[in-house]
Design a protein around this ligand. Structure first.
Ligand SMILES: Cc1cn([C@H]2C[C@H](O)[C@@H](COP(=O)(O)OP(=O)(O)O[C@H]3O[C@H](C)C(=O)[C@H](O)[C@H]3O)O2)c(=O)[nH]c1=O
Length: 148
């Protein structure tokens, strides 16, 4: 596991009408009061968004619709897990919150047919220039995406 990254189980309450999926509760142990904003990112099947690296912001991601594969790469030279890669697929069936600290390089790919939805509850509001982008085909990251 990459130092500082968290994968937190979240509750799914299913019934025949459609599920309720938890994201953040102020009484849960992973709750942090440093709320910035919540937004949603849609991703089509096969498309990769990234690589990105936030310099300050913490990302807290869940996938309530569809399935998305995330790949994280530890680019922090001072980290115990420098150069480690983590891959995880999130969906309603593997419903967890992925917490990504700053300075981790990551990207994600839509897996299920149609569009998948990533919800992000970030600790700060989005600001242009707060994150860096590396082309998805870059050799700087030791991971090759299928179909890219
Ligand atoms: C998030 C955001 C984006 N934008 C603009 C910036 C770009 O011109 C455009 C697309 O943004 P971006 O390429 O960052 O979108 P995604 O690739 O879906 O990534 C976003 O959602 C995933 C889940 C992440 O984890 C990223 O941190 C977050 O940036 O929307 C804004 O103007 N305001 C915003 O709050």
């Amino acid at each position: 596991m990459i130092e500082g990254v968290k994968i937190v189980d979240k509750r799914v309450i299913r019934d025949e009408r459609g599920a309720v999926l938890h994201m953040l509760r102020r009484d849960s142990e992973d709750y942090h009061s440093d709320f910035g904003e919540i937004y949603f990112s849609k991703i089509r099947q096969g498309i990769v968004k990234g690589w990105k690296k936030h310099l300050i912001n913490i990302q807290r991601l869940v996938v309530p619709v569809g399935e998305v594969k995330f790949v994280l790469f530890d680019t922090r030279k001072e980290s115990k897990t420098f150069n480690e890669v983590l891959t995880i697929c999130l969906s309603e069936d593997n419903y967890k919150m992925l917490v990504i600290p700053p300075n981790i390089t990551y990207a994600f790919q839509g897996i299920s047919t149609g569009e998948s939805l990533v919800a992000n509850c970030s600790n700060k509001v989005f600001e242009q220039g707060e994150s860096e982008t590396i082309p998805v085909e870059s050799n700087l990251i030791p991971y090759r995406w299928k179909g890219i």
